[in-house]
Design a protein around this ligand. Structure first.
Ligand code: KDG
Ligand code: MG
Length: 404
C-alpha cells in the first residue's frame, strides 16, 4: 500500500482548523489535525512545502518509521510548528491503519482499559453567582468534573471568562493585532480561594474541581495559591507558572499538596522528562495535536505511568474534532488515564466534521467506527474561509508585558 495524496485543508467553521488528509492507492483515507491556534498558516506551510512531498509513495502502515523519519530526518527538532505537522501525519496514519484493519484505533492500542473516559468541562462566570448557576447547569448535564474560572474584581477581562456562554473564543475576529488585557496578580490571588469556597459550599465534596492558572504566577505565588486551595480539595491546578521553567515546580511542590498539572504547551517527551521522573507534577497535559500524535503521546504517557503521573490531555476548542477523537482513543486504552479536557467546539463545526464520539453523563467514548471515527466534508469546509485571529496578551498595571 502507498500514500498517493497528502492534502492540507484549511477551514474556519467557528474557528480555524488545519486538517491533513492522506489517501492511499487503495482509496483509504486518514485525517490528522494540524491546528496551532493563531499560527495556523505556519503549520500549513511546513506541511505543504516540506512534509507532504515526502509522504507520497510511502507505505502508510509504517507509522513508527514515518514518525522517526520526519522527526530525526528534519535535523531541526521539536517546536510547536514541526511537532503539530508530525502529529497530523501520525494521527492520519493511525486512522488509515484502523480502517484497513476494520478496527477503532483504541483496539490497535491494546483495547479499552475502561468503559468510558472521564471528562471535565469548562464553566466560567463573570462573577460568583453567574459561575454557580453555570456549575449547576453542568452538573444537571451530567458532568462530574468542572473547570471553574471566574472574573476578577477590578479586571475587565481575564483568561477563561468570556461574555459568551457557553462558547469561549478568546481571539476576536478581524483584529489586525492581538487584544491587550490587564493583569493583576494580587487581585487574582485574593479572589480565587473565595470562588472555590463558594463552589464547594454549594456543590459539596464530590464534584471534581479544576482551575487553570494559565502560566501567570511566580513559583512562590503558585505555592501560596496551592496552599490556599487545599481546604477545597482541587482535582488539580493547571499551569501555575510558565511551563517551560521546570525547576519552578520543585519549589511549588515543597509547599503544597494541591495536585499540579502542566504540559499543554509542551511538544515532546523531552519537555516532560524532568517533571515526570522527579514526580514534580501529578497530571501530564500534553496533547495529541501538539505533542507528536498518538505515537509520541503514548510514549509520554508510558513514561508517566512509571512514575505514578496520570494523564490529563489538553482538549480545547482550538484543537479540531479530529484531535479530540484521537485523544479519546488513547484515553480509553492507557492504564494511567486521569481525565480528559472537553471544551467542545463553537459554531457550525458539525457542518464540516462528522464525528462518532459520544458523551454519556461524565464519560465520553470515541465510538467503534474503524479508524478514528471522524470524516471531513471538504465541500462544506471550503465554504468557511480562513480568518486571521490572534490570542490576546497581558500587561501589568505598570505597562509591562505579562504571561497571558
Ligand atoms: O490556544 C490556547 C488555548 O488552547 C489555551 O488557552 C486553552 O489553556 C487552555 C486550556 O487549558 O484549555
Ligand atoms: Mg490550560
Amino acid at each position: 500500500m502507498k500514500i498517493v495524496e497528502a492534502k492540507v485543508i484549511v477551514t474556519s467553521p467557528g474557528r480555524n482548523y488545519v486538517t491533513l488528509k492522506l489517501t492511499t492507492d487503495e482509496g483509504v483515507t486518514g485525517l490528522g489535525d494540524a491546528t496551532l491556534n493563531g499560527r495556523e498558516l505556519a503549520v500549513v506551510s511546513y506541511l505543504r512545502d516540506h512534509v507532504c512531498p515526502l509522504l507520497v509513495g510511502r507505505d502508510p502502515q509504517r507509522i513508527e518509521d514515518t514518525w522517526q523519519y520526519l522527526y530525526k530526518g528534519a535535523y531541526w527538532r521539536r517546536g510547536p510548528v514541526g511537532m503539530a505537522a508530525i502529529a497530523a501525519v501520525d494521527v492520519a496514519l493511525w486512522d488509515i491503519k484502523g480502517k484497513v484493519a476494520g478496527l477503532p484505533v483504541y483496539q490497535l492500542l491494546g483495547g479499552a482499559s475502561r468503559d468510558g473516559v472521564l471528562v471535565y468541562c469548562h464553566v466560567h462566570g463573570r462573577d460568583v453567582p453567574e459561575l454557580l448557576d453555570r456549575v449547576a447547569r453542568a452538573v444537571d448535564e451530567g458532568y462530574a468534573a468542572v473547570r471553574i474560572q471566574a472574573g476578577i474584581p477590578g479586571l475587565d477581562k481575564t483568561y477563561g471568562v468570556t461574555d459568551a456562554d457557553p462558547d469561549e473564543v478568546y481571539e476576536p475576529a478581524d483584529a489586525a493585532r492581538p487584544e491587550e488585557q490587564l493583569w493583576d496578580t494580587a487581585a487574582y490571588l485574593e479572589s480565587v480561594p473565595a470562588v472555590a469556597a463558594a463552589v464547594r459550599e454549594r456543590f459539596g465534596p464530590a464534584l471534581h474541581l479544576l482551575h487553570d492558572v494559565h502560566h501567570r504566577l511566580t513559583p512562590i505565588e503558585a505555592a501560596r495559591l496551592g496552599q490556599a486551595l487545599e481546604p477545597y480539595r482541587f482535582f488539580w491546578i493547571e499551569d501555575p507558572t510558565p511551563a517551560e521553567d521546570q525547576d519552578a515546580f520543585r519549589l511549588i511542590r515543597q509547599h503544597t499538596v494541591t495536585p499540579l498539572a502542566t504540559g499543554e504547551v509542551f511538544n515532546s517527551i523531552w519537555d516532560c522528562q524532568t517533571l515526570i521522573t522527579e514526580r514534580l507534577i501529578d497530571y501530564i497535559r500534553t496533547s495529541v495535536g501538539h505533542a507528536g500524535g498518538i505515537t509520541h503521546l503514548r510514549r509520554i504517557f508510558d513514561l508517566a505511568a512509571l512514575y505514578g503521573v496520570k494523564t490529563g490531555s489538553h482538549g480545547p476548542g482550538d484543537l479540531s474534532p479530529v484531535s479530540l477523537a484521537a485523544a479519546l482513543h488513547l484515553d480509553l486504552a492507557v492504564p494511567n488515564f486521569g481525565i480528559q479536557e472537553y471544551m467542545g467546539h463553537a459554531g457550525p463545526w458539525a457542518d464540516v466534521f462528522k464525528t462518532s464520539y459520544t458523551r454519556r453523563g461524565p464519560l465520553m467514548h470515541p465510538g467503534d467506527e474503524p479508524g478514528l471515527g471522524v470524516e471531513i466534508d471538504e465541500e462544506a469546509a471550503a465554504a468557511y474561509g480562513y480568518e486571521p485571529r490572534y490570542l490576546p496578551y497581558s500587561r501589568l498595571r505598570d505597562g509591562s508585558i505579562h504571561d497571558w
